[in-house]
Design a protein around this ligand. Structure first.
Ligand SMILES: [Ca+2]
Ligand SMILES: [Ca+2]
Ligand SMILES: [Ca+2]
Length: 180
């Protein structure tokens, strides 16, 4: 028992040495930032993000500007490698039921070939929405005249599965970066 406690202390302290900045939340060894934060936090955030021209950063962005916003924060649009991470991200999105949120997946470079946009890695875990309506088919369905090349969770089904949508839509977003 003492050995176990000692081991726990050693490993426990090793894990707790990794941390996240304010407004980022930790899961395993990464930090996550949701811009769908509660209003009380958002006010503080907006004050922090006010730029030299006095402009407040937009809360809802198109996919590429959302990726750029994550990069400015030292991260990238979230790249989901495991079911555990996916479950965590869904819960994070569900905390504030407001708007759909961008995830880091895209098939803009090659139709039907989905990768995580920042790392360029192909998807190893997927959670695409199964269709409840044969008219549209299962996601990703690249629906419509212009197709759909960016990945989101939707408030419409309580952030329960992934959809492809047009990258030009305005969404909240979740960033990821390694804990330090
Ligand atoms: Ca990840
Ligand atoms: Ca597509
Ligand atoms: Ca779709």
């Amino acid at each position: 028992m003492l050995t176990f406690v000692a081991l726990f202390v050693v490993f426990g302290s090793g894990v707790s040495a990794l941390g996240c900045e304010k407004l980022w939340v930790q899961f395993e060894n990464h930090c996550y930032y949701s811009n769908q934060m509660p209003f009380s936090q958002r006010k503080r955030f907006e004050k922090n993000r006010t730029n030299s021209a006095g402009m407040v950063e937009e809360i809802q962005l198109q996919w590429a500007p959302a990726q750029a916003s994550c990069k400015r924060r030292g991260g990238y649009l979230v790249e989901i490698e495991t079911k555990a991470e996916n479950d965590f991200i869904k819960k994070l999105a569900q905390k504030v039921k407001k708007a759909p949120v961008w995830l880091g997946g895209t098939d803009a470079a090659k139709e039907g070939y989905w990768v995580w946009g920042s790392s360029g890695k192909p998807l190893t875990f997927v959670d695409w929405k199964k269709s409840e309506n044969y008219r549209y088919g299962d996601e990703p369905n690249n629906y419509g005249e212009y197709g759909e090349n960016c990945m989101q969770l939707s408030e419409y089904d309580d952030y329960n599965a992934w959809y492809d949508v047009r990258c030009q839509r305005f969404r909240g977003f979740i960033c990821e970066k390694p804990a330090t």
